[in-house]
Ligand binder design. Structure first.
Ligand code: FES
Length: 161
């Protein structure tokens, strides 16, 4: 998909505002991620040209850090913690259940654009393991059997919206 003109201008302005800095790549990508929610390949090329770095350097950063995304995320981002404390309390089964109920894999977004599932490493709520975070709201001690009702909660929100 081609980059919209207003988005292009915004991206160029972000690059421009950090151009004189010693290593602007990370901060530029962070701002773009925050502004647009993802960094597709076309945008990576633009950033590479503008900052005089190779596209593979940009791609390397975007794919290395979890914070960056190559694809648009859903309205609700479901983070299932697979950190040690959660993992030993069966969080893999919780992740499997989200994947089953939504019909997508971790890292994917549902076709209606509502849900993205992510597997995370420790979200700082180990005492509440297994923990799930949805747009920053933490769900404690989530059993796989609770997953359908959690999804319903958000589907209902969409119905009233
Ligand atoms: S390991 Fe899951 S919150 Fe820390």
């Amino acid at each position: 998909m081609p980059i919209r003109q207003d988005a292009k201008e915004k991206i160029l302005a972000i690059c421009e505002s950090h151009k004189g800095e010693p290593s602007p790549l990370m901060v530029v990508l962070e701002e773009i991620q925050r502004e647009f929610g993802y960094i597709p390949f076309d945008v990576q090329e633009m950033v590479a040209n503008k900052l005089n770095v190779s596209v593979s350097d940009v791609y390397g950063v975007v794919t290395f850090y979890n914070f960056f995304s190559l694809n648009p995320k859903g309205k609700y981002v479901i983070g299932v913690c697979l950190g040690t404390a959660c993992y030993v309390k069966n969080s893999q089964a919780v992740l499997d259940k989200f994947e089953e109920v939504l019909g997508i894999k971790s890292g994917e977004t549902s076709e209606d654009g509502l849900f993205t599932i992510e597997a995370l490493r420790c979200i700082g709520a180990c005492a509440l393991a297994p923990a799930v975070s949805i747009n920053g709201k933490v769900y404690p001690m989530v059993a796989p059997s609770k997953v359908p009702s959690i999804i319903d909660e958000y589907r209902k929100l969409e119905e009233v919206a």
